[in-house]
Write a protein that binds this ligand. Structure first.
Ligand code: FMN
Length: 152
């Protein structure tokens, strides 16, 4: 089974809850999972050889949470193409803000620019429609874990 590194961006803990549920589901599927609450480049470089799952909310006006923005800018400024990277992305946001899921979309755009392959579609969870994000994220993660299994 695959090794998966979950890289987390959160302000209030919703993304952490989603990440913990994701870890349980992926573990049950037989994957080996580590959650990075404040991811650093060294960990990213290890997991880009395997699988990465980015789970991030958006704060401010479409901004990345402080727990993941240093990693984002390091990846942007220090890494070039990373075609070996296979990743999934879960974005938490709130459609009453102008830049809905701005952080998740920015992360996805960066990784696409760098030649990475996204497994599955990006999941965007709107807090207005889904105050309990795990209701949406759990079935998505189950499906994502199966896609990883097929690739592995
Ligand atoms: C001060 C503040 C600013 C926010 N800005 C945005 C935003 O620009 N775009 C968006 O989609 N959601 C925005 N949100 C909504 C959060 O991303 C959403 O509530 C999310 O579930 C929070 O997850 P977290 O607890 O992991 O940080 C904002 C929330 C707060 C409190």
């Amino acid at each position: 089974m695959a090794q998966v590194g979950i890289f987390l961006g959160t302000v209030y803990g919703n993304s952490l809850l989603v990440a913990e549920k994701a870890q349980n589901i992926l573990n049950e599927q037989g994957h080996e999972v580590k959650v990075f609450e404040e991811g650093i480049l060294d960990a990213w470089l290890i997991y880009r050889q395997y699988y990465v799952l980015v789970i991030t909310s958006t704060t401010g006006q479409g901004d990345l949470p402080a727990s993941i923005s240093p990693l984002f800018y390091t990846i942007r400024d220090q890494l070039g193409n990373q075609p070996e990277l296979r990743y999934g992305l879960i974005a938490l946001g709130d459609s009453s803000y102008d830049n809905f899921c701005g952080a998740g979309r920015a992360f996805d755009a960066l990784l696409q620019e760098q030649g990475a392959t996204r497994i599955g579609k990006m999941l965007e969870i709107d807090a207005i429609q889904h105050p309990e994000p795990e209701v949406i994220s759990c079935p998505w993660v189950e499906q994502w874990g199966r896609l990883v299994e097929q690739e592995y």
